[in-house]
Design a protein around this ligand. Sequence first.
Ligand code: PMV
Length: 348
Amino acid sequence: RIAEEGKVTYKAPSNIALVKYWGKKENQIPANPSISFTLDACSTTTSLTYSRLKEKRIGFSFELLFEGKPKQDFKPKIESFFKRIDTYLPFLREYHLTIETSNSFPHSSGIASSASSMAALALGLMHVEKELDPTITHEFFLRKASFLARLGSGSACRSIEGDLIQWGSHKDIPGSSDLFAIKYPFTVHDVFHKYHDTILLVDKGQKQVSSTVGHDLMHGHPFAERRFIQAHDHISKLIDVFATGNLKEFIQIVESEALTLHAMMMTSMPYYILMKPNTLSIIQKIWEFRDTSNTHLCFTLDAGANVHILYPEDEKEKVFQFIKDELVAYCENGQYICDRIGFGAKRL
Ligand code: PMV
């Protein structure tokens, strides 16, 4: 079967790790397993237009439009992604591809778009593969999309499905793999199905350290091995937390993970401090509020200064009021994004 040409559009969400992936081996194999909430509002929409070339190319034939304009600086990233996935998608060199992509969140908001954009592109490519081989099952489609997305950006493999996603082989999680992410396989207490994530934009500047450099710093890091064991332990502990809805323990694990990620950066060589004074002020305020308000908000961080505030649905009025009254003042230009747990990528 030959697909001469076509166009497909996918919208893929971002995700926020509860147990962090930090450190990797060859071929985007994670040094430790991770688990994340899929988000909803923060997303990338990517249209892929494909047309069959007269003959197979040695290189890749593609163009890239970001928010409607040609974007040269993303090209090398896509080029190296294509090189990595070439053996898994032999049709790649037989098509000219036009990739048109846009994000739901403002450019340079300090929100990484690599997870959502690589997930959306991987899904588009899987669509072409399915055109060529209609026997592909839905399950295989999603699994291979996650596998391909991982080769674009590790955490992108967790952005295909929702709402709670596990990536990386773990003894207590059946079906878990280093090669692709899976839906968390056990029962999850209702409280976690409607979690909110309000993202406070503390620093919208360019990331100080790219995640590629960050992962690399875990090679020969004095605390790496202990950290990887800790991630495994945290995932084991979360199994009971997710089943019972024990928010107290959830908070402990999630906040410890965020601080450990930053501790790894502070203790690597060279060392980095990725938090800003406002990041710490926000954390302090969150702790004070939690102690006095009988709420269960907690924070998590990516490899940057922005703060994600996670909280359950039935506390949303109280917590959101607190965010507006006390925390927005610490955001750059008062900017924040209201997001919540989501259910994965969609074809538009
Ligand atoms: O997917 P990468 O290579 O950009 O790494 C992302 C790493 C963190 O966002 C810091 C943690 C995670 O698990 O998402």
